[in-house]
Design a protein around this ligand. Structure first.
Ligand code: NAX
Length: 329
């Protein structure tokens, strides 16, 4: 079996960090052959073609074929997975409406091209920001493809949250489970430690013993650190997160394709779960079962958690209303 994977923005930074991990089998496992289609705009074709040459030089046993194109119909042809990484970043002085409009011009046509050309069971992962709303736009334009086949990346936020909790408790990150992200992939996101487990035991007591006032630590240290980690990376590294974002993308798609044995996080379409308006692409605690995301239901967020979830969902509603006004959905 060969799986066809389309990567948009493949000539960019995250693309470069992603391609070699996919070709090495990190995403779909050591037995799955892959065919890569690198979709770029004309300005990015050279970088994507260079990456394709290097992929050839990697002599990856699982890599059957690489194709570089700037034609979405060719790029998405037969795609089983589409990783939508290329997007329009916010430029200096750009208003949110301009940003959403510029991305609508990318993700709308890509959604339509996916519907027309990809495999019927295609699974679409949106990385390019604003990821949730770009996923909403692409799903709306993909006639005939269920919105459940689209998801937005919040796994990087979850990985950051697990790592910060592990550091605070001085335990290995592998000991930390169930730290879902709720809401938008933005500064309003809510990384939720309310259900966290450390080696299978609730984290609450260990956390209180370590940090004292848990609510103060969450509000003043943990949540701002996780939500502001992207900005922290930019200030220390001089450019945005790349390898960690690519790694989280690999984690996300692997979970989706191969299943999970516990909760993770993804921006998925709401059917009204937890009072989130139907149709929004919102990050929830999810599991992946038989190749589909399933929102973990029955949790009871406390009042503080509810306030934070509501604030992030309100931001998603604003973004949805803005793209509706622009006629993008
Ligand atoms: P780069 O600017 O290095 O690469 C973007 C690439 O996309 C460029 O090569 C560009 O030519 C290409 N591109 C632009 N429009 C395209 C189109 N219509 N079709 C195909 N390709 C197109 O950015 P990079 O650092 O790779 O980041 C990519 C995106 O990931 C950004 O939107 C960024 O904000 C987003 N991120 C999302 C994260 C998440 O957790 N969801 C975290 C990391 C990252 O910030």
């Amino acid at each position: 079996m060969t799986t066809t994977i389309t990567i948009t923005g493949a000539g960019g930074q995250i693309g470069y960090a992603l391609l070699f991990r996919i070709a090495a089998g990190d995403m779909l496992g050591p037995d799955e052959h892959v065919r890569l289609r690198l979709l770029e705009i004309p300005a990015g074709l050279g970088a994507a073609e260079g990456a394709a040459l290097e992929l050839q030089d990697g002599a990856f046993p699982l890599l059957d074929d690489v194709e570089v194109t700037d034609d979405p119909a060719v790029g998405f042809a037969g795609a089983d997975h589409a990783l939508l990484v290329g997007s329009r970043p916010r430029g200096p002085g750009m208003e949110r409406g301009d940003l959403l409009a510029a991305n609508g011009a990318i993700f709308g046509p890509q959604g339509a091209a996916i519907a027309a050309n990809a495999a019927s069971g295609v699974r679409v992962t949106v990385v390019g920001n604003p990821a949730n709303t770009n996923a909403l736009i692409a799903a709306a334009a993909a006639d005939g493809v269920p919105a459940e086949q689209f998801s937005a990346l919040t796994r990087l936020d979850e990985n950051r949250a697990r790592a910060q909790l592990a550091a605070a408790l001085e335990v290995p990150v592998a000991s930390v489970r169930r730290v879902p992200i709720w809401g938008n992939h933005s500064a309003t996101q809510f990384p939720d430690v309310g259900h966290a487990l450390i080696d299978g035991r609730p984290a609450a007591d260990a956390l209180a013993a370590r940090v004292g006032d848990v609510d103060a630590w969450l509000g003043e240290t943990f949540i701002p650190r996780v939500a502001g980690r992207g900005a922290e990376i930019i200030s220390v590294r001089g450019s945005s997160s790349v390898a960690s974002a690519a790694s989280a993308t690999i984690d996300h798609v692997r979970s989706w394709a191969l299943g999970t044995d516990d909760w993770t996080s993804a921006g998925v379409v709401s059917h009204g779960e937890y009072g989130v308006p139907e149709g929004l692409i919102c990050s929830f605690p999810v599991e992946s079962v038989a190749g589909r995301w399933r929102i973990v239901e029955g949790l009871q967020p406390d009042a503080g958690a509810r306030t934070r979830i509501d604030a992030s969902v309100a931001e998603l509603v604003d973004e949805r209303d803005a793209v509706r006004r622009l006629g993008l959905i």
